[in-house]
Ligand binder design. Structure first.
Ligand code: FMN
Length: 346
């Protein structure tokens, strides 16, 4: 059904318009009575549940950062079966993001290219929305992903991240420090150990016991992943989210014209799958057993989720598969992992 609607209707719309339409539906699913009925139908069996970082997750599957940048669809997303939603990226200052068009589909690759540029309402407004949501729903775990405001020079990044931490940590179940989006100039340079250590140290002190994770790019090589892991362990942070989108365009099935038409930005979805799994395995080796890893990048099926969990992930996230597989995607994962497949943590 959804694949028919996607092929004949949604895929013909501008991707951002399709996103807005989907959001209208998600907010309808979030209405009080409907959300509870829907949630019952999207639940999985107990095996998909988990207790991690001191938080209870109804499902190990969460919605990755970038989908709900305004914290407006949380109840509906919970109803659709996600165990957590990572809101954001949120910046201290509200910002419009890059000029449109800035989101493109590569349908043959089950992929997206985006250069959204952290369009978001800013930390103060988001904090108010999260405070309100918390009074309504205690079951959905809400992570908040924070980034650098575009107009703030990279040398002043720490203060800018600290402002977001101060405003948002009281309402976040966990915080993710995003230093890996390709669409904010200079941001990925913050992954270098000499910049990352003081940044994460300052944020973790300001976060007041809220678990802090760092989100990394798929381009980091083994020694860079190990350097980030060392910082996470040294500072006693909660863990790592891996990975963000890639700037690589290698191995795509889409035509060179389509790829060229999309232009610059981060590539997500199926083409990211292999690298994201590799990064997960390196990370688990480097971090040891006690840190949380949220694996993200190209996850589509219950089998993909099982493969990530058996390779060391505590939680998984997806974004692009939700677009291609539709509103029942989390239900498909919850049920598939919960009843048909054994998770055998290696
Ligand atoms: C349109 C779009 C916007 C995104 N925005 C953000 C963002 O603001 N912050 C962030 O950390 N990641 C962002 N991401 C990356 C996703 O959170 C995720 O790491 C990436 O898409 C890989 O997962 P996937 O293959 O399941 O989509 C975005 C992805 C997409 C497709």
């Amino acid at each position: 059904m959804y694949s028919f609607v996607f092929r004949h209707f949604l895929s013909k719309l501008d991707p951002e318009i399709a996103h807005s339409l989907a959001f209208v539906l998600i907010r309808i699913f979030g209405l009080p009575i409907l959300s509870r009925i829907t949630r019952r139908a999207t639940n999985g069996k107990s095996r998909i549940r988990a207790s991690i970082m001191g938080l209870d997750f109804e499902s190990r599957l969460g919605l990755a950062a970038g989908f709900d940048k305004k914290a407006k669809g949380l109840n509906g997303l919970w109803a659709l079966g996600f165990g957590h939603v990572e809101v954001g990226t949120i910046t201290a200052l509200p910002q419009e993001g890059n000029p449109k068009p800035r989101l493109f589909r590569l349908i043959e690759d089950r992929a997206l290219i985006n250069r959204m540029g952290f369009n978001n309402p800013g930390a103060a407004k988001t904090a108010k929305r999260l405070e309100k949501f918390r009074k309504r729903n205690r079951k959905l775990v809400v992570g908040v992903n924070i980034g650098k405001s575009r107009i703030v020079p990279i040398e002043q990044a720490i203060d800018d991240y600290l402002e977001s931490t101060r405003l948002l940590s009281p309402f976040a179940d966990y915080l993710v420090v995003n230093v890996s989006s390709p669409n904010t100039p200079g941001l990925r340079g913050l992954q270098e150990a000499s910049s990352l250590r003081p940044l994460l140290s300052a944020i973790s002190k300001a976060a007041n016991d809220v678990p802090v994770l760092v989100k990394i790019a798929p381009e980091l090589d083994k020694s860079e992943i190990e350097a980030v892991s060392k910082i996470v362990v040294d500072l006693d942070l909660a863990g790592v989210v891996a990975t963000n989108t890639t700037i690589s365009r290698a191995g795509l099935a889409s035509s060179p014209e389509q790829i060229h038409r999309a232009g610059e930005g981060g590539l997500s979805g199926f083409p990211l799958q292999t690298r994201s799994l590799e990064v997960l395995k390196i990370l688990r080796g480097a971090l040891g057993a006690n840190r949380c890893i949220i694996s993200v990048g190209g996850i589509e099926t219950p089998a993909d989720v099982v493969s990530r969990i058996s390779s060391g992930a505590d939680l998984v996230q997806g974004y692009t598969a939700f677009i291609y597989r539709g509103p029942l995607w989390a239900r498909e994962i919850n049920r598939g992992v919960g009843s048909n497949l054994e998770i055998d943590r290696a």
